[in-house]
Design a protein around this ligand. Structure first.
Ligand code: SAM
Ligand code: SF4
Length: 342
């Protein structure tokens, strides 16, 4: 992929290389968490809501975000997803989105949100340079949505999706976590919803984290059972695009939308992993289910540390484990996905 935007850029912005790990996986995509705070209480993530610790370090500033994204862009990453917690709780979210979109080499800024502000902000976020948006919608039934998230806001979130379509995002995806006995019977209704709309739907397997082991054991629905149900509805698997991430995509000749399945417990899920994560405190996480992150923040304090930062990222990435250890019952050090950015 050629990037001509860094042509003539100052030395500190120039692209130096591409980023690979020790088994040849290439990284082009950074997930950047802007906060671990969330206003929702999703049953699989923060069932008791966000608990403020006694002393909480401050989140990365817009300048620190610019420096870390610049370093990754110089290593060939061109897509950044802003996530959290709920990233849009940050007052400076629009400024950060603009900052990231203007980093030389970054060609796509995406975000993941629970959608609570989407109806009022979709146009502003699009104008700030965000072109792809994922919105979590675990139920199309207002009462069940409230039960899962702790907020009676389905109508508001659906209005947000309409606003996102009107604002002209290139890609709008709905994320749905299917849970046994809670919303798994809604699969058909969700499929119908995207069949008539130009939207993508992502079914995400509930992932086990340190805090939700019991919930996981009770509610986990396998990706394969979702695939079987989709195929029974006439959906078929689409060929894998070059450079695509771990989602398995499905299409239907009569449907406008598409469906993807994110099934981390499936065989070979890790072999196509193209993601690296940086937490809102500036820690690099090589795997969602890895050990505690590695602190990059000391190298984010001024513009002069760029080369050292790049070298550190390159060396650390080379050590990324080939696969997670979920099958051995080991979900790493992650208490919940809000803590490092799902
Ligand atoms: N708050 C935003 C939201 O909910 O879209 C962004 C952060 S959230 C951690 C990102 C995605 O991770 C959401 O789609 C959410 O459903 C998913 N998620 C969170 N915890 C999960 C878990 N334990 N298993 C599977 N998906 C999870
Ligand atoms: Fe918040 Fe997103 Fe976690 Fe739900 S999934 S509690 S919206 S961070």
């Amino acid at each position: 992929m050629t990037d001509n935007r860094d042509f003539g850029a100052p030395a500190s912005d120039r692209r130096v290389d591409q980023l690979f790990d020790g088994i040849g996986r290439r990284f082009e995509y950074l997930r950047l968490s802007l906060t671990d705070v969330c206003n929702f209480r999703c049953t699989y993530c923060l069932p008791d809501g966000y608990k403020k610790p006694c002393s909480r370090p401050t989140e990365l500033s817009a300048d620190e975000v610019r420096r870390v994204v610049t370093a990754f862009a110089r290593l060939g990453l061109w897509k950044v997803r802003l996530t959290g917690g709920e990233p849009t709780l940050r007052r400076d979210f629009d400024e950060i989105a603009r900052t990231v979109a203007n980093v030389p080499g970054i060609r796509r800024v995406a975000m993941t949100t629970n959608g609570y502000r989407l109806a009022e902000k979709a146009a502003a976020w699009r104008a700030a340079g965000i072109s792809a948006i994922n919105v979590s919608v675990d139920s199309l039934d207002p009462a069940r949505f409230a039960e899962i998230t702790g907020h009676d806001r389905l109508r508001q979130v659906l209005a947000g999706i309409d606003a996102a379509q009107a604002a002209g995002f290139d890609s709008i995806k709905l994320n749905a976590v299917l849970m046994r006995g809670i919303n798994d019977r809604e699969l058909e209704a969700m499929v119908d919803f995207v069949s008539s709309r130009d939207l993508s739907l992502r079914f995400i397997e509930v992932m086990r984290t340190n805090d939700n082991a019991e919930f996981f054991a009770e509610r986990h629905v396998t990706g394969q059972s979702v695939i079987d149900r989709l195929q029974a509805l006439g959906w078929s698997r689409l060929p894998r695009q070059a450079g695509a991430g771990p989602a398995v995509e499905f299409g239907h000749e009569h449907a406008k939308g598409r469906i993807g399945i994110i099934a981390p417990y499936s065989k070979d899920f890790c072999s196509s992993c193209n993601r690296l994560r940086v937490s809102s405190l500036g820690k690099l996480h090589l795997c969602l289910f890895g050990d505690a992150g590695i602190n990059l923040r000391p190298l984010l304090q001024n513009d002069g540390a760029g080369d050292e930062l790049i070298e550190r990222i390159r060396k650390l990435t080379a050590t990324k484990a080939p696969a997670h250890r979920l099958h051995q019952g080991n979900s790493g050090a992650t208490p919940h996905l809000a803590s490092i950015g799902g």
